[in-house]
Ligand binder design. Structure first.
Ligand code: SF4
Ligand code: FES
Length: 238
């Protein structure tokens, strides 16, 4: 049996260009219980307003491109049902605390600048240079960092974090989770490059440990756990 369709109003924040004055546009979209936020945006683009601009690619929760705020909560648009359909209205905004390029598309350059500060790649030790010999890793060693390697850079955690918008020095939970992914890798020898960043206002010192980042992560990465781990590891070394 086909699911019943009803009209749902989505209120989308529009902004023509960086720094332009934002406004909101309302659209009525047909929705079933299975309609996602991305479905609704695509319907609007196809039937109402081809200028509506948003980012997406896989529509499967894999690429991390489609993050938006739905009724104030960071979500993957392709995975989020139009949850308030019963109330008849859903607000859709760009991810919080990120500069807007246009409509729902945010500028990722500030995040890329942040994550580069934590050397987010494997730094081989001098006695095991890349390309020479085998870099064997046991399943147990993989398990130590595997959770953090699941990050899809969707930035929902950055948008949920109460500190990212308050403290411009703080790199944010996604960048710290990326650092811990490599810190915990048995093949990595790059701690000296990351330690001064993690043990600073840019790292765990700015975290208020409220856990909102982990609550919204679609991958179960637990960036709050990464921050706690950074704090504990670095304090242990003092
Ligand atoms: S830690 Fe989770 S919420 Fe944050 S960017 Fe990675 S996948 Fe997204
Ligand atoms: S479009 Fe790829 S995660 Fe949503």
């Amino acid at each position: 049996m086909t699911a019943p369709t009803r009209a749902v109003t989505i209120r989308v924040r529009r902004q023509q260009a960086p720094g332009a004055r934002p406004h909101h546009s309302d659209y009525q979209v047909p929705a079933t219980p299975h309609t996602t936020v991305l479905d609704a945006l695509r319907w609007v683009k196809e039937h109402c307003d081809p200028t509506l601009t948003f980012r997406w690619s896989c529509a499967s929760g894999v690429c991390g491109a489609c993050g938006v705020m739905a009724d104030g909560t960071p979500v993957l648009a392709c995975q989020q049902p139009l949850g308030r359909a019963a109330l008849g209205s859903v607000s859709i905004d760009p991810l919080a605390d990120m500069p807007v390029e246009r409509d729902l598309v945010v500028d990722l350059d500030p995040f890329h600048d942040s994550i580069l500060q934590v050397t987010p790649w494997l730094v081989p030790s001098d006695d095991a240079p890349q390309g020479e010999g085998r870099h064997v890793q046991s399943p147990a060693q993989l398990a130590v960092y595997e959770e953090f390697a699941s990050c899809i850079d969707c930035l929902l955690c950055q948008a949920a974090c109460p500190q990212v918008g308050e403290d411009s020095d703080f790199l944010g939970p996604a960048a710290v989770a990326a650092a811990i992914r490599f810190e915990a890798d048995s093949r990595d020898d790059g701690s000296d490059l990351r330690r001064s960043v993690l043990d600073s206002e840019a790292g765990y010192q700015s975290c208020v440990f409220d856990g909102s980042c982990s609550a919204v992560c679609p991958q179960g990465v637990d960036p709050a756990g990464a921050l706690q781990r950074a704090a504990l590891d670095l304090r242990d070394e003092l």
